[in-house]
Design a protein around this ligand. Structure first.
Ligand code: PEP
Ligand code: MG
Length: 338
């Protein structure tokens, strides 16, 4: 155990050295490594210092840590703080993802038999347009203070995107009429969490500036296994070949239109899946700040052509067991790389 502890310490030290440098593969391909943030407090913002920006700003923390719907001013202050701390790097604000596993005690929603398939995220925003408009107003006002991007969670159709963008345009008009300083020319993207989006990815890419793949939900909906139900963990298979084939569809459609795709779910920070994601063409990862050093170090030792080969082989496999056994052999056991 002493040897193990010493090895872990040395590894952490090497990772710290990687934190200071831009993320590159062994053959010099620059990879953007952003972070996922769940608050705008100073400690969290400091953790983003060695990143290429915030790829997922979980705005729902503002709603969940309060006893009331956050006002426009409260939201504006939090978004502005994050944008100023990170500028000129981008902060990707995810509009509120409330509902399903994230409930608010002060906002009673009708009982649903299947909340994960029900009134959550963008769907709830459409049902409560005033709540959504307040958030969009705060976002547009804060955009004047840094490099903002906005993305919508739980999008399941082209009309979802069109409707959300229409609301954004209305809010911008309103702010202009009031003479309030704001910007609304920031990139607007979608989170890909609903498998249907992969099958209409070219049409979705046509309507958006970027996509961020939320693998936590994408896997849940793809294999029909509740992400929070431990009794279903054997069915919740992130390494199911269908997950990689779905990701390939999204990456191809967006890349064909010159639009960036990132991965912001847990798979984007898992050293077993990262090489496959890059092999599929992903060039931006958004991960928990705690994993940044480990992933930067791993990528510095991998060549793109090997990751592309791994992705090709994984795409042709037929089960999670086969994929995991293959990746373990290619990448070394989790214990060696962790
Ligand atoms: C996801 O679904 O992968 C994601 C990043 O969002 P959350 O985990 O907050 O649902
Ligand atoms: Mg999600």
């Amino acid at each position: 155990y002493r040897e193990k502890a010493e090895r872990a310490r040395q590894l952490r030290e090497t990772e710290r050295a990687y934190l200071e440098r831009p993320t590159c593969t062994a053959d010099g391909v620059r990879i953007e490594t952003k972070v996922n943030l769940g608050s705008a407090d100073e400690r969290e913002l400091a953790a983003a210092a060695c990143s290429d920006g915030v790829g997922l700003f979980r705005s729902e923390f503002l709603y969940m840590n309060a006893d009331h719907l956050p006002t426009e001013e409260e939201q504006f202050a939090a978004y502005k703080a994050a944008l100023e701390a990170l500028a000129p790097r981008p902060v990707t604000l995810r509009t509120m993802d409330i509902g399903a596993d994230k409930q608010l005690p002060y906002l009673t929603l009708p009982h649903e038999e299947n909340p994960a398939l029900g009134m959550r995220a963008l769907r709830l925003c459409f049902a409560k347009p005033d709540v959504f408009r307040t958030q969009l107003r705060a976002a547009c006002r804060a955009a004047a203070y840094g490099n903002l991007q906005v993305m919508f969670p739980m999008v399941s159709s082209v009309s979802d995107v069109v409707r959300a963008k229409e609301l954004l345009a209305e809010v911008a008009e309103e702010l202009a009429a009031e003479g309030v300083p704001f910007r609304a020319d920031f990139p607007v993207g979608v989170m890909v969490e609903v498998p249907a989006l992969a099958l209409i990815a070219p049409e979705i890419a046509g309507q958006t500036a970027f996509a961020s793949i939320g693998t936590n939900d994408l896997v849940q909906y793809l294999v029909a296994a509740d992400r929070d139900n431990s009794a279903m963990s054997a069915y919740y298979q992130s390494f199911h070949p269908a997950v990689f084939r779905t990701i390939q569809l999204i990456v191809k459609a967006f890349s064909d239109q010159g639009k960036p795709v990132s991965v912001c779910g847990e798979m984007g920070g898992d050293p077993r899946s990262v090489p496959v994601l890059l092999g599929l063409g992903v060039r931006t990862l958004s991960i928990s700040p705690a994993r940044l050093g480990e992933i930067k170090r791993q990528l510095a030792g991998l060549r793109m052509k090997d990751m592309e080969r791994m992705a090709r082989e994984v795409l042709a496999m037929s089960s999670q067991e086969e994929v995991l056994a293959y990746l373990e052999k290619q990448l070394g056991s989790a214990d060696e790389s962790a």
